[in-house]
Design a protein around this ligand. Structure first.
Ligand code: AMP
Ligand code: MG
Length: 345
């Protein structure tokens, strides 16, 4: 275990995100006394798949390799900080695409060993949740994590984020992106589908609505939506109907979880949380349950390095533990509910 490199009231952490389409570096400052943080600088580059195709892991990892030098250099430059001034180096260790995760891990290991800084692996889903809480200021929320890689309803209990419900097959992001690619949009497609839905005549086309207990399933909905395209249905109304159906499913399970847990806050994080129709539905559900909806600020709803830097700073402050280079890892299917969160009570 490395020594704490600096005793001071603030710490600087570098976070590297590379789980899927985004390569991002962020430098955050952590105030040890006030236990709050500030994003000093953040840079991102997003891999764009050709229209009609999904993320190709090898091509995305090549993008990350190509872009990482300028992103890291620019991040340090904007923060006006030398790498020697960093207190910790962190990287997203999973879940995610293996070749992409390896890029962030290799860069983090190299920086950590060259500059003798503690190395912290971060669970990417935890990063979405923790940065969302920090930026919105909520205290004890029921969380809806909706992104390309996740669809989960979470509540904190006994040191871990517990899964109250999740998807049984596709994530909501996969539903939107796979349908979008089917109609030849470029991935990620969620914002274009939202635009089509908003501009549609709002004529609802019936689609399968599948909620099992507190879990949801989107694969039947995707198959039905695709077959409606073959039948010649209007694309904009189909986008509207996909949103109405899938978001109503999510709202149902969130409302049931709210009623059960009696939480007074709902936090929505992940790239799909940018969707205003989903936010509207959840706001109404929260009001019915006497709770308030908090939505991660748009610029931080998708994947970014600040999620990793912030979570690592909280983690390191809570236990001063880091990982030896030879034990550092990536885990493509690292579940959020297997991670101890020692800084929450
Ligand atoms: P993330 O994995 O957190 O970076 O989120 C990426 C996912 O968010 C992709 O599946 C996008 O299609 C989706 N997304 C981004 N913006 C929107 C939006 N306005 N509405 C719905 N989904 C969106
Ligand atoms: Mg994500």
């Amino acid at each position: 275990m490395n020594e704490v490199t600096k005793i001071s009231e603030t710490m600087f952490g570098l976070g590297i995100e590379s789980t899927a389409h985004t390569f991002s570096c962020s430098i955050m400052e952590y105030d040890i006394v006030k236990r709050n943080g500030k994003i000093i600088s953040e840079e991102r580059s997003i891999y764009k798949a050709p229209s009609g195709s999904g993320i190709h892991p090898r091509e995305a990892s090549r993008h990350h390799m190509d872009k990482s030098p300028e992103i890291l250099k620019q991040c340090l430059k904007s923060a006006n900080l030398l790498p020697t001034k960093l207190d910790i180096i962190s990287y997203s260790a999973g879940p995610g695409l293996g070749p992409c995760l390896r890029v962030g891990a290799v860069i983090a290991r190299a920086l950590s060993s060259f500059y003798c800084k503690p190395l912290i692996p971060v669970n990417h889903a935890l990063g979405h949740v923790e940065l969302g809480m920090m930026l919105t200021g909520c205290n004890d929320p029921l969380v809806l994590l909706v992104s390309g890689g996740h669809t989960m309803i979470l509540a904190f209990a006994n040191k871990r984020w517990r899964v109250f419900g999740e998807t049984l097959d596709l994530t909501i992001g996969q539903l939107l992106d796979q349908f979008g690619r089917y109609i030849s949009l470029s991935s990620p497609c969620g914002n274009k589908i939202e635009e089509f839905a908003t501009n549609s005549s709002h004529d609802y086309i019936p689609l399968p609505y599948i909620v099992k207990g507190n879990d949801v399933s989107f694969s039947g909905l995707l198959t039905a939506a695709k077959s409606n395209i073959k039948k010649g249905c209007d694309i904009q109304n189909l986008c509207f109907s996909i949103q109405e159906t899938s978001f109503a499913m999510l709202t149902e399970v969130v409302e049931r979880a709210l009623s059960f847990t009696q939480k007074k806050e709902v936090l929505i994080v992940g790239g799909v949380s940018a969707n205003t129709r989903l936010q509207d539905m959840l706001t109404q559900a929260a009001e019915r349950q006497d709770a308030k909806l908090y939505s991660c600020p748009l610029n931080y709803s998708g994947d970014n390095g600040s999620q990793i830097a912030w979570t690592a700073l909280c983690d390191y402050q809570s236990n001063h533990r880091n990982i030896e280079i030879e034990n550092s890892f990536i885990n493509q299917s690292w579940r959020l509910d297997s991670v101890d969160v020692n800084w929450r009570f």
